[in-house]
Design a binder for this molecule. Structure first.
Ligand code: SF4
Length: 355
């Protein structure tokens, strides 16, 4: 098996060593890139990583920045919870570890916002010490290679970590670079061993792969029986009220999705998700399907945004029973606007109806 994994590392290094977070590797670069790469593609991170590092060259710079400033720098990467969490990790590292990012799992897991995956990634990829960074790519590659018949998700991740600890899998790491091996498996999962397509003929691990030998590699990892419906939709009303170059917005509270961001008054018009609580529900008289419209999406949702411009008086009539603090703010690029709000203004500008 050792030979197979060496070939995998050679394959990966020949193609992907140019990624900026892999050049002149530091623990800080690893921390930033690992958090950026969660839920965001390599292509998108490539457009933001170096600029972020110029703005915050050290963990001390990041710890000193305000939350709003870091969220603005995070624009384009989405899932802003990660930006806030990265900043709070930086503060904790500065306050409790004199600015030195720990390189052992116990200390890393004490950092609020660092879960088992990121902790293992910092140890293995950042410090090049023995650990297994089981992200979605490693989960897939390892479950296929070893033919692990356990339902995808936390159970499977736990099983892989446990088997690794007991040297039932990846025992080859003992004589190899943990960094190179983890990165190579991530590359393989991203490029060759993808969730809906396994290009086994191109794969350096093929000669030892159980999933390939089974003739149906895509049966691994085993899908959860409770898989949530992928067809959830939300029809939202985004209301635009302007007053002397100012717009009416509200700020998401710390406990809410998109915490800290400014957003246009937003209401649910229709949804098939009964559990949705992020926005108040509202009924309007006009046929909203005829309003200017844009589509956005997050994870499992299709979001249809209908844009309605109105006066402050009309807005107050419409929302008299809604308990949200709306205020007028300058529509300034420096304001930490939600991505959807920015898109609404782009759509309106395109239609020449405002701005
Ligand atoms: S041989 Fe196929 S299933 Fe196995 S790891 Fe490679 S691409 Fe994935």
């Amino acid at each position: 098996m050792h030979k197979l994994f060496s070939n995998l590392v050679i394959w990966s290094e020949s193609q992907y060593s140019h990624l900026p977070w892999r050049e002149k590797r530091t623990l800080y670069k690893t921390l930033v890139s690992e958090i950026m790469l969660q839920q965001t593609t390599v292509g998108t991170v490539l457009n933001h990583f170096e600029r972020f590092l110029v703005e915050y060259p050290t963990i001390f710079d990041l710890a000193q920045a305000s939350e709003e400033q870091v969220c603005i720098s995070w624009k384009g990467l989405g899932y802003y919870r990660r930006a806030r969490s990265l900043r709070s990790v930086a503060i904790q590292v500065v306050e409790e570890f004199e600015g030195k990012i720990p390189t052992n799992l116990n200390d890393l897991l004490k950092l609020k916002g660092i879960g088992p995956y990121t902790a293992n990634a910092i140890v293995s990829i950042g410090a090049d010490k023995k650990a297994l960074a089981v992200d979605a790519n490693l989960e897939r590659v390892l479950s296929r290679f070893y033919g692990v018949d356990v339902e995808k998700g936390p159970k499977l991740q736990k099983k892989l970590w446990n088997d690794f600890e007991h040297k039932k899998i990846m025992a080859e790491m003992d004589g190899m670079s943990a960094r190179a091996l983890n990165e190579a498996m991530m590359d393989l999962g991203r490029i060759v061993c993808q969730s809906r397509k396994a290009s086994c003929t191109l794969c350096p691990l093929k000669p030892g792969c159980k999933a390939f030998q089974s003739g149906d590699p895509l049966q691994f990892p085993v899908e959860s029986k409770n898989k949530i419906s992928e067809n959830l939709f939300i029809k939202l009303l985004r209301v635009v009220v302007t007053n002397k170059k100012k717009i009416l917005v509200y700020q998401k509270s710390a406990k809410e999705w998109l915490a800290g961001q400014w957003e246009l008054p937003t209401f649910v018009l229709e949804t098939n998700d009964q559990k949705l609580k992020q926005y108040p529900t509202i009924k309007i008289k006009q046929n909203f399907e005829k309003l200017p419209y844009l589509k956005t999406g997050i994870t499992k949702y299709d979001i249809h945004n209908y844009i309605l411009e109105m006066s402050l008086e009309e807005f107050e009539k419409l929302t008299k029973r809604i308990d949200v603090d709306y205020i007028f703010k300058t529509n300034d690029m420096k304001l930490n606007m939600s991505t959807a709000t920015q898109k609404v203004f782009k759509t309106l500008a395109k239609n020449s109806q405002v701005c």
